[in-house]
Design a protein. Structure first.
Length: 105
C-alpha cells in the first residue's frame, strides 16, 4: 500500500464563494464519493482547505499503486463533471496513520 496526496483544484480562485448551484451539486457528489472511499479504507482523510491564495480540496489516499490512485481521480464526480475542476496526485514518501507506516513505491 502507498499513500498519495490528492489535490482538487478549482477552476477559479473565487470558486468556494461563488459556486453555481450545479457546481455545488457536483461537490456534494464528490463528498459522497470520498465518503465511500473512506468507508472502503482507500481514503485516510479529505476536506476543503481555506488557503489565502485560493481554496482547494485535499485528500489522502492509501491504495496499491499509482494506477489505482489515477483510477480514483478519473472516476471522481468533480473531475467527470464539466465545471473545469482538476486534480493533481503526488506520491507520499511515507504515510503514517493510526494503522501503521506505509512507505512509498
Amino acid at each position: 500500500m502507498q499513500g498519495f496526496v490528492y489535490r482538487l483544484i478549482a477552476p477559479r480562485p473565487t470558486f468556494a464563494a461563488d459556486m453555481t448551484p450545479a457546481e455545488r451539486a457536483t461537490l456534494m457528489e464528490h463528498g459522497a464519493y470520498w465518503s465511500a472511499l473512506m468507508t472502503a479504507g482507500k481514503a485516510v482523510a479529505f476536506g476543503p482547505v481555506d488557503d489565502p491564495r485560493g481554496s482547494y480540496g485535499l485528500g489522502i489516499l492509501l491504495v496499491d499503486d499509482l494506477d489505482e490512485a489515477e483510477a480514483i481521480r478519473d472516476a471522481d464526480p468533480a473531475i467527470t463533471a464539466p465545471h473545469g475542476l482538476r486534480a493533481e496526485l503526488a506520491p507520499m514518501i511515507r504515510l503514517v496513520t493510526t494503522d501503521g507506516v506505509f512507505e512509498g513505491g
